[in-house]
Design a protein around this ligand. Structure first.
Ligand code: CP3
Length: 354
């Protein structure tokens, strides 16, 4: 299977955009920038639109999901949209009782802890993804030459919520399970891989020009656990979309020691969190892949001079890599002044490419 002739990468709309050029290892005329969590609570227009509508319901209303995806693109002039959805949407569409509790995060009514729990997981029906396809189609029609990035949660991060039943700091539940009952863990991780893979494929087929796998909590794993118990299912999630040929990005936090292993899962671009300078990340990755990152979100709240100096440092370090897509080292904090983000985009676009 390949992309349809009317896909933005095939009909030329996004093919030579700065984002896609950089993801493919070329140096574009300006540095592309987007922000993880650019859609969301930092924007007053988002808070207004979401009034009285539950988070996951807003993701499943195509008109709303499209509008929320477009808001930060219009406001900040970023070089990409990131599809407004959530890593637990495939669970919800499969029929798992999951909700996003405001101020808490994903919560499951019935955490998945035993072999029987894993066996009882419902299969995600492909048709259930239709609202996602519809939202993506509306979004890319509006975005024109600006590429849309689709995404999915990596199996470890998704399964971490499924086992714990809610957000946790150390992810002890899934980390215990992978050792005490490796078969059940592997079956759960494969289930999550297939759900995330189908979710990502739906977005790309409907018009997303790139895909990002979020393994936000992979940093709680040792390299050995990552390699033995997590990497295979992350590769399996990506196997769902490799034939489509769009650039694939892999991101997690606290992953300084995992970067080469995360690259080996088979991606084109590595996301780097704010803990490791990009020149050092580039060295660890052998100087061969485009990097995405890694402005420290904490500095969005610092005086402008401090933030500007930090952004310039990130750009300089990023120049060591084959190509650089500027982003934060993790998501936009909800209390960020949106005008600061717009100013950061202007600054990045104004710095000449060397
Ligand atoms: O702009 C964007 O980045 C697009 C939308 C997006 C959301 N979630 C919307 C959202 C994306 C890419 C995600 C992915 C996601 N969801 C991840 C991976 C990225 C990361 O930040 O590490 C993770 C770990 C989740 C799980 C999740 N969903 C968490 C931890 C939370 C926050 C809980 C809270 O309230 O602080 C959510 C809810 C969520 N997902 C919100 C948004 C905008 C906030 C809910 C709201 O606005 O009411």
């Amino acid at each position: 299977m390949t992309l349809s002739a009317s896909h933005p990468l095939m009909d030329g709309r996004t093919t030579h955009s700065p984002l896609i050029s950089a993801y493919r290892g070329q140096k574009p005329s300006h540095r592309p920038v987007w922000f993880m969590r650019q859609a969301g609570r930092s924007l007053p227009e988002y808070r207004k639109l979401r009034e009285g509508i539950a988070m996951l319901d807003s993701c499943l209303r195509p008109d709303l999901a499209a509008e929320i995806t477009l808001q930060p693109v219009r406001r900040h002039n970023v070089d990409a949209g990131i599809f407004f959805s959530d890593i637990v949407i495939p669970l919800k569409l499969a029929g798992v009782d999951v909700d996003i509790v405001p101020g808490v995060g994903p919560v499951l009514a019935n955490p998945v802890r035993s072999a029987a729990d894993v066996r009882a997981l419902p299969k995600l029906d492909d048709q259930a993804l239709d609202p996602i396809r519809e939202a993506v189609a509306i979004t890319v029609a509006e975005l024109g030459a600006t590429p849309l990035i689709g995404f999915a949660g990596a199996p470890f991060t998704v399964a971490a919520y499924m086992v714990e039943g809610r957000p946790s700091r150390d992810h002890l539940g899934p980390r215990t399970m992978m050792h005490s009952d490796p078969e059940t863990w592997a079956t759960l991780a494969e289930w999550a891989a297939d759900a995330s893979g189908a979710f990502l494929r739906a977005q790309i087929e409907a018009g997303a020009s790139a895909g990002q796998l979020f393994d936000s909590w992979a940093g709680s794993l040792s390299l050995a656990d990552y390699t033995n118990h997590v990497a295979p299912s992350s590769a399996r999630a990506l196997d769902h979309v490799r034939d489509l040929g769009v650039p694939l990005v892999h991101f997690g936090t606290g992953t300084s020691e995992l970067l080469p292993a995360m690259l080996e899962v088979g991606v084109d671009v590595m996301g780097v969190d704010y803990r490791l300078p990009l020149d050092e990340a580039n060295r660890r990755l052998g100087g061969k892949v485009p990097l995405q990152g890694n402005i420290d979100p904490a500095l969005l709240n610092a005086p402008w001079e401090v933030l500007e100096a930090h952004v310039r440092e990130v750009l300089a370090a990023g120049d060591s890599a084959p190509a650089h897509v500027v982003n934060l080292g993790h998501g936009v904090p909800p209390d960020t002044d949106p005008e600061i983000l717009t100013r950061v985009v202007e600054l990045i676009h104004s710095v000449p490419v060397v």
